[in-house]
Design a protein around this ligand. Structure first.
Ligand code: NAP
Length: 337
């Protein structure tokens, strides 16, 4: 096992923030995790670094999950079961499943990050959450010093949330997800209820889209609205959409008639954080090197040379302005290290 010392983390986080890890180990094989030396270290487990705000140097051991591999595990009358290593690039994996003729994940095209990170925050986009296509995962538990399996129910998936976030296991480096199995149903129906997606397909005059048509449309919409981290460093959506009770949503809508409201199955109402931020005057506005993206106010961007402190300053200013205007507290989506 070769631990590296004082490794620059700026290439490993999509906000391109500066910082070093005192110790760094790339994990390409799950067996590496069983080394007893790793147990006593303060750890952080990194995937694609696309949901991370680096606030400075990290004094512990950073485990960079790069386990490769993807295969059809089995199939039954209803579904294909596909297994992938935690280090596989998410978007490439989704496109590969489509090319194999196993649809179901197309709405999650172009989300940055890795397969192993996807279940942690139950990534979602355009009306689909990864938990809906999830079968099970395997993780190394540093406390039990063993591999453990989690099925769908035990992951406790919720809106951009799972057991791994709820228990703080991700933050305290207890669990390293090594592989994920997806269940892709053979009975496929396009999921095109989001307006942007429906409009893109209509513009292309596609009435009965194939899974690849849906993926292509999503890629086009995302490329138009969202900045490419390679050009303008960012972490995608920076704040959670607030979910409030129906009474509060009704009250807010009286004062703010344009307020987009999305009723949830539990009777509460989801509000669009991007709209709130835009109304608070932050679309395309910067504070030093950090601002909210000009085409989508929900995306915080680093225009160059920003530090974690700059990100925190802009985040706090946006939260304060949204609170002043709407009396709502926006919660940041990324993990702060
Ligand atoms: P949008 O279409 O402008 O919509 C704004 C917000 O309204 C979204 O956050 C979305 O909630 C909600 N919304 C829109 N249509 C809806 C519908 N028919 N039913 C329920 N809720 C609806 O959003 P956008 O910023 O361009 O993003 C498009 C999609 O990509 C969204 O699903 C967004 O969450 C997703 N996205 C995800 C990430 C990530 O890191 N996971 C990054 C960027 C964008 P939801 O967010 O709950 O869908």
């Amino acid at each position: 096992m070769t631990l590296q010392q004082n490794v620059d983390l700026s290439p490993f986080n999509t906000l391109a923030l500066p910082g070093q890890a005192a110790r760094y180990l790339k994990i390409t094989d799950p067996a590496q995790l069983a080394d007893p030396e790793l147990k006593s270290e303060k750890r952080f487990i990194l995937g694609g670094g696309s949901n991370l705000v680096l606030t400075g140097d990290f004094a512990g051991l950073l485990l960079h999950m790069a386990i490769p591999g993807k295969r059809l595990l089995r199939e039954d009358a209803e579904a294909f079961y596909i297994e992938a290593g935690a280090g596989e690039n998410w978007h490439d994996f989704v496109q590969w499943t489509l090319a194999q003729g196993w649809p179901g994940l197309e709405n999650l095209s172009l989300i940055p990050g890795t397969v192993g990170a996807a279940p942690i925050q139950n990534i979602g986009a355009y009306g689909l959450e990864v938990g809906e296509c999830f079968d099970s995962l395997t993780a190394w538990d540093f406390e039990q010093q063993d591999f453990v399996s989690f099925d769908r129910a035990s992951c406790r998936f919720a809106y951009r949330d799972s057991l791994f976030k709820q228990q703080g296991w991700h933050l305290d480096g207890r669990m390293a997800i090594t592989s994920v199995v997806f269940r892709l149903a053979k009975a496929w129906q396009p999921n095109i209820r989001y307006a942007d997606l429906a409009q893109e397909l209509a513009a292309q005059e596609i009435n009965r889209p194939t899974p690849q048509d849906v993926a292509t449309a999503i890629i086009a919409v995302r490329q138009r609205k969202l900045p490419d981290p390679a050009q303008i460093p960012n972490t995608g959506s920076f704040f959670h959409n607030p979910v409030v009770c129906a009474e509060e949503a009704g009250r807010l809508a009286v004062d703010h008639p344009g307020l987009p409201r999305y009723p949830q199955p539990d009777g509460r109402v989801k509000l669009a954080a991007g709209w709130l931020i835009e109304q608070a005057g932050w679309k395309g506005k910067n504070l030093g090197p950090v601002g909210m993206y000009e085409k989508q106010a929900l995306v915080l961007v680093n225009h160059g040379g920003a530090t974690g402190a700059d990100v925190k300053r802009t985040m706090a200013a946006v939260q304060a302005d949204v609170r002043a205007r709407f009396a709502l507290d926006l919660q940041a989506e990324p993990v702060f290290l």
